[in-house]
Ligand binder design. Structure first.
Ligand code: ADP
Ligand code: MG
Length: 380
């Protein structure tokens, strides 16, 4: 990915924030950062769309860090669709909020309330939360949002279940038309910032579609895992399927981790941090890992099940080729997935290259002739 030729200083950020940026090693803003930061600094509402791995987190964190000063109550709420993304965003806030001594509290489900209520008593300026746990704390009056002036919906098309009439920034790599309409009801004259048309695939990803018979999916997966050596994220649709596939891969001698919503938060956090270090090199996950996770080393995303929504293909595949890295996204599909595959190809505006694995017969897509003969009335 190209960064811009601009500097962060040109975007209007304060000295204190610029020091944080420099310390973190960012030199040039990415395109979404160059566009969102000046507008965000002015307090304009934003709906921002940019490909996966192009720095949307810093695009909202930096202007917010700049607009806030410590000790005036909770001024900012950032909503994330998953606990893992919330934790990741907190790390950005700690780095970039340092200049203004900002404190962030993370409110996510699956872990004890106690440490979170302590964090809330410790005068946070920013709350990063998943919606369910935020509501829990609100109901128990552990916090109130009266002073909140900044709201961010990260992965906005997933997050639209709360309305705030405040400075709101929404970012995602996808933004279906209907969802944008909903978003606009909550925003004041938002500026729509598109770095690329929504649904655009990140460059640097090589896409491969393997069409096989249902009975060959596991064999195909084994081959892909053996052929591509780097850290690999394997997506399945269902939690029980994740467990089943995990057992199978373990029995085949692979060292793997599992991430899905039926695991405890502790198991989820452990699986993710182990995978971040590269051991195990394979993580089997449901769509809970489809969005937002930034693990730069991921080299290969395998869609063992074709995603149900075309948008999910963009997000899942976007777990590789972060920032300027490259990677591979492979789909293992059967004839039953052809409709979903067509929907994906329509959204992303390109055909997924058909590939084959030596020794595994490929499913041939062209409808066989007998199809026409069986339903002659379909012919014109
Ligand atoms: P997105 O939310 O768009 O998917 P992230 O905010 O997770 O992307 O950022 C992706 C990666 O790019 C992260 O590892 C982040 O540290 C890195 N990154 C973001 N902005 C810059 C920049 N201006 N210069 C260098 N690296 C950056
Ligand atoms: Mg993100």
């Amino acid at each position: 990915m190209k960064t811009t030729a601009q500097t962060f200083a040109e975007l209007g950020l304060s000295e204190a924030t610029l020091r944080g940026v420099a310390k973190h090693g960012f030199v040039h803003p990415t395109p979404i950062q160059a566009k969102v930061i000046p507008v965000g600094l002015q307090g304009h509402d934003v709906i921002g769309c940019a490909q996966t791995g192009t720095g949307k987190t810093a695009a909202f964190v930096l202007p917010i860090a700049d607009r806030l000063t410590h000790g005036k109550g909770i001024r900012c709420v950032i909503l994330s669709p998953t606990r893992e993304i919330a934790l990741q965003t907190k790390e950005f806030l700690d780095v970039f909020g340092q200049g203004h001594h900002l404190r962030a509290a993370v409110l996510i489900g699956g872990v004890a309330m106690g440490p979170q209520t302590s964090a809330l008593r410790n005068h946070p300026d920013i709350v990063v939360a998943t919606p369910g746990r935020l509501l829990d704390h609100l109901e128990r009056r552990h916090l109130n949002l009266q002073k909140v002036s900044e709201v961010v919906l990260d992965e906005a098309d997933r997050m639209l279940d709360m309305g705030f009439h405040r400075h709101t920034m929404m970012l995602s790599a996808t933004m279906p038309f209907a969802v944008e309409g909903l978003a606009r009801q909550y925003l004041r004259d938002p500026m729509r910032i598109d770095v690329a048309p929504p649904g655009t695939l990140k460059e640097g990803i090589v896409h491969r579609l393997y069409l096989v018979d249902q009975g060959q999916k596991r064999t195909a997966l084994l081959r892909l895992l053996k052929d591509e050596r780097g850290p690999t994220l394997v997506f399945v649709r269902m939690k029980h399927e994740a467990d089943r596939l995990a057992r199978f891969l373990l029995s085949e001698g692979f060292d793997i981790g599992i991430l899905h919503g039926d695991r405890s938060q502790r198991e989820r956090t452990e699986a993710l941090s182990a995978f971040r270090t590269g051991h195990p090199r394979i993580l089997v996950a449901t769509d809970i890992a489809a969005r937002g996770l930034d693990i730069p080393a991921i080299a290969h995303v395998i869609h063992y099940d074709v995603p149900q929504n075309a948008e999910d293909y963009v997000h899942r595949s976007g777990r590789t080729a972060r920032y300027q890295a490259t990677g591979v996204a492979s789909v293992i599909g059967t004839w039953m997935d052809l409709t979903s595959i067509k929907a994906i190809e329509k959204l992303v505006g390109q055909t997924l290259p058909r590939c084959t694995i030596e020794g595994i017969p490929a499913f041939v897509e062209t409808p066989p002739k007998r199809f026409g003969r069986l339903r002659p009335r379909m012919r014109h």
